[in-house]
Write a protein that binds this ligand. Sequence first.
Ligand code: 3HC
Ligand code: NAI
Length: 701
Amino acid sequence: MSEAVSYENHGPIAILSINNPPVNALGLAVRQGLKAGIERAESDNHALVVLIIASGRTFPAGADIREFGKPPVNPSLPDVVRRIEACSKPVIAALHGTALGGGFEVALAAHYRIADKTARIGLPEVNLGILPGAGGTQRTTRIAGAKATLDLATGGKPIGADKAKALGLIDVISGDDLKDAAIAYAHELIASNAAPRPSGARSEGLLNAAENTKAINDTAGIIAKRARGQFAPFRIVECVDAALTLPIEDGLAFEREQFLKCMETPQRQGMIHAFFAERSCTKTPEASRAAPRPLNQIAVIGGGTMGAGITVAALNAGLPVVMVERDTESIARGQANVEKVYDAMVKKGRMDAATKAKRMALYTPATDYAAMSDSDLIIEAVFENIEVKQDVFRQLDQTAKPGAVLATNTSYLDVDAIANVTSRPQDVIGLHFFSPANIMKLLEIVVPSNPADDAVATGFALAKKLKKTPVRAANHDGFIGNRIYKAYGLCATYMMEDGASPYAIDKAIYDFGYPIGIFQVHDLAGMDISWANRKRLAANRNPAERYSAVQDKLCEAGHFGQKTGRGMYVYPEGMRMGEENPDVLQVISEEQARLGISPRDFTADDIMRRYMAAMVNEGAKVLQEGVALRPSDIDVVALYGYGFPRYRGGPMKYADMYGLDNLLADLREFEAEDAHFWKPAQLLVDLVANGRSFEDLNKDS
Ligand code: 3HC
Ligand code: NAI
């Protein structure tokens, strides 16, 4: 037997125990071990029943994702699953932790399933751009019907043991000791002379044809919207449909065929890249050197858009929050901003009044800095003005307890200039949340010149508590996200001035997979904000930088976006998605005339080539300056903060797949139009010269 699967005789029970930390992924050694274990149990005269169980934190959480894209090595998972199902003796799977994907498929191959109360089962393959490839869609449908299978496999979210039992996917829920309970269950099966019960031969789930057909149609409609542009979800629907109509062997073959098609897509590469990227972003030099400081109570200064959102995020995580505002009127408004979020949830039925009360019980409003004297972490979210922020930090220096981490939520300002007004710059970091802060997953942890390692580690610990995805950024104007956003925003504006209609640009971006186009984002965020920022930076603008005044002109005429009912789009009463604004086209043509630009045509491909080249080139500069630790961190920022389509992995992954040499060639071509804007990052030039990729840099980091 392999070390990954041990074999033990426990009276009449052959126990196969999987041991492949951390998540018992079904790598080659586990597959070999399971197959060998079943064969041995079959010829073992002492064994009447086989029990498959796992040690450590979980029943297998799936196939070993690291093997994907490499040449397959036998036995394949479908072969192993087939072998288990065909076992001549009853096989029980005992589940704990997260029995996901291939792990759940192994469980389905067993004839009986027992799980502990906290176990979760699921088919999350869709999140990796693939589908269950070892019978998951076929066997689940046969037991639990089309709706349950489609929910599991197209939604990708696991369900708890209770729900799984109600669906017939689990037979027994155990008490605290799963192994004892599984052994007792095995004895029951022996006593009742239970025979093997292959899931593939079951049919309860197929009985209600009308309900199954409805589930197929409903899901097809849902994913047409939710999974726009993706490949795998549509194949999953076809697989479940096949389960309803084909004999099991044909259904399994069809599912395998679709699985292999998914494996060949760039979407699979993109999504698996995203999976590993969001795990590596927590690996930072500071975290490797220091543990976080205690984090039992936080404070937020400012109860505006961001302060209220951050407060809700913390209250939802069970963290007590002191909110401090300027005066009684402002704190009343701050509290109302927090309550507004909960009231909306209560109104929509997503929260009950008692839960709101429980959350609000953790909230303390205040106008005095003394109220924060017990806070372990204080997040400043006041106006984006350096003097105002410095004044807040001077006061915090006087009043915060020693060792408290002091954080600013600034979008662009210099965190050192804020830290250095205190006598404790080592305690100061940036925590750049995204709006709405109670929803958006990204949290940039900004590391100024000399913070203490444990202050930075505390920022990461906060992210974990709030279930946010943290990315480390050095202290640079716009950090990672806003800096890159600014670059491709400029690119879009230039294209608009050169002849691409903003609506064609937005459509190309939408068709690429973004939820909305960049000009729709401008309208949502308020064009006045970026207008103010441009005015702030005007004095120091590089004269070589091309400047488009189209949006300034629109702002001067009151086109601020959704808040004024007109921006790049117009929003007739009650409309969320705008319509084209003729004034915009007018201003663009006036500017073209003023600047002597002859408008030219841009295809969607022209637009996206430029858009992506601008994004990746700025990403490369962010890397070469050390603002981001690794390319995949930039991908995480784009995915979690800026709506980049996950199935493309992120801009740096996109660039690797597009070919860095192709991207550099695009930049060289565009350089002829505007040498300043399109100058290729030296890092990119070097990578191409050395035949290296961003993925190579990820591996180096
Ligand atoms: N293969 C390889 N490595 C895996 C893995 C897998 N299936 N699942 C997790 N890991 C690794 C992670 O990369 C991480 O590695 P690191 O420590 O080096 O960063 C380590 O295991 C621990 O993972 P997490 O940090 O994510 O631990 P959590 O406790 O937060 O979460 C989990 C555990 C819920 C199991 C989560 O890891 C997860 O969702 N894993 C993926 C599950 C999945 O997608 N399964 C389906 C795989 S595809 C499949 O089965 C195909 C089949 O149908 C043929
Ligand atoms: P806002 O204007 O909605 O709220 C600011 C709040 O700070 C107001 O309620 C004001 O009363 C309060 N305030 C001002 N001075 C104060 C002081 N001295 N003491 C206590 N409270 C004070 O602003 P918003 O949008 O919440 O932004 C706050 C910070 O977050 C800014 O630095 C901004 O750049 C940053 N940010 C904003 C994002 C956004 O999308 N709005 C996104 C990410 C960061």
